[in-house]
Design a protein around this ligand. Sequence first.
Ligand code: SAM
Length: 200
Amino acid sequence: MIRIGNVLVSPGEGGVYGERMLEGYRVWDPYRSKFAAYYLLGGELELEPGMRVLYLGAANGTTVSHVADYVETVYAVEFAPRPMQDLLEVARRRKNIVPIMADANRPYEYAPFMEGVDLIYQDVAQPDQIGIAEKNLIFLKPGGHLVLMLKTRSVDVRRDPADVVEEARAGLSQHLDVVDLRWLEPYHHDHAAIVCTRRG
Ligand code: SAM
């Protein structure tokens, strides 16, 4: 990942959502993107030029656009019409984003457009985040990674966030190796990044 001093950046054309530029690079803001927060808090998963990524919960394409600056292709799934309009505009300006309007709960609906991916990034903020991740593992290559941004309050607002994360970790470890678990404070409250690897 590219840093200038302690600022995380990505190498692409600017002006996507009003992001700052620094020495010709796009500044990737940890307050606007959980993935940027993960990196600034010590996350070590490198985005590589040859990677294919399935991105679940693309919203208006803010984080998608930075991921696309680093990797080969991003399949970006979003089900809400309003952010989808912005995502389409972001995809129009970048050749390596495939926008897919679909429910991440129904991966068979977009399976015809998909290929095997090296990384699944999920940020859907839904009660059944773990179930959604599991359904999409059909696309993950052996040795590939899942990065799940868990919003504990979406799972259950009454429970202790640490318990919610522990339950998620235990559930994911039935299918995958959990290799990192990182709270995203102070950038995103009650959110944790859970990084897993698919056994080869
Ligand atoms: N990842 C985005 C970013 O960093 O720029 C922010 C994502 S926002 C927290 C969550 C998004 O997931 C919303 O746009 C919502 O519409 C979408 N979403 C929630 N459930 C979904 C589902 N089942 N299928 C597809 N998109 C979903």
